[in-house]
Design a binder for this molecule. Structure first.
Ligand code: OAD
Length: 241
């Protein structure tokens, strides 16, 4: 960690009136939740078109539920790590802080974050494909194939490839990015839209932009500062107890 970069980021964060963080799978990696891309990423072993599209669910809901059950079991067995905890502390000390996450694992909330914009949904929500009713369900494993009170099939309440993101949540995320004076982008490969564009929106609006990642990404070039390393080691240094 470059101490000059760290103290500059800390200064900007402390002075910030409307800080925003965008997080991705890298934030949960140190908890033991697999990321999607990279050498051990889920998309190396599994094909998104077989498991994470509305067409896949229509074709083979059993297979899709098997995969989501496997992921729910994995997530249920892990705990938030110091990166999640640091972001929860940030919210407690700066109520204007907005946390936007692409993660569906719910670990930010488990760490104590209250205002989380889960733009890709939550693996703990189920939605009826018939009546659209949505409810929380933390059963692990969940009976295959779960059904709604109306008789319709329940699906994971996550956003799949080819689907639109929840409009109200996305509007809130873009509004926060437009108003941000500080934006940190943590543990995301920055290749999935529209999430990735939130960083450029904040940058154009004049925010000080920071990337925390073990690797460089397509977003690295627009960042004012980058700290290369693990989120669970860097965030606790930026947001001290
Ligand atoms: P990815 O798996 O694409 O990227 C994870 C990023 O985290 C990579 O850039 C890694 O370098 C970085 N990383 C890994 N471990 C880290 C650590 N300990 N600390 C900091 N950084 C670390 O995950 P996302 O960018 O979140 O969408 O993926 C975006 C979306 O693609 C997901 O929400 C999911 C997926 O398909 C849907 O399912 C709709």
């Amino acid at each position: 960690m470059d101490p000059r970069a760290i103290s500059k980021i800390k200064e900007r964060l402390e002075a910030s009136k409307s800080p925003v963080a965008l997080t991705g799978a890298g934030v949960s990696a140190e908890s033991g939740v697999p990321t999607f891309r990279g050498p051990n990423g889920l998309w190396k072993t599994y094909k998104p078109e077989d498991l994470a599209t509305p067409e896949a669910f229509e074709r083979d809901p059993f297979l899709v539920w098997e995969w989501y059950n496997f992921r729910r079991e994995k997530i249920a067995s892990v705990s938030p790590n110091p990166a999640h905890e640091a972001l929860a502390r940030l919210e407690a000390s700066k109520p204007s802080f907005t946390l936007i996450t692409q993660n569906v694992d719910g670990l930010h909330c488990l760490a104590g974050s209250r205002n989380v914009l889960e733009i890709h949904g939550s693996i703990w929500n189920l939605r009826c494909v018939e009546c659209g009713n949505s409810s929380e369900n933390r059963d692990v494993p969940i009976g295959i194939l779960p059904r709604c009170a109306c008789g319709g099939l329940l699906r994971p309440g996550v956003v799949w490839f080819g689907e639109s993101l929840p409009e109200d949540i996305m509007n809130a995320a873009f509004e926060a990015a437009e108003k941000a004076d500080f934006m940190m982008v943590v543990g995301t490969s920055g290749v999935v839209q529209p999430a990735a564009s939130l960083a450029s929106v904040a940058k154009r609006a004049g925010a000080f932009t920071v990337e925390i990642n073990t690797d460089s990404t397509p977003l690295s070039d627009i960042m004012d500062e980058r700290v290369e390393g693990r989120a669970g080691e860097i965030l606790p240094v930026l947001v001290t107890a």
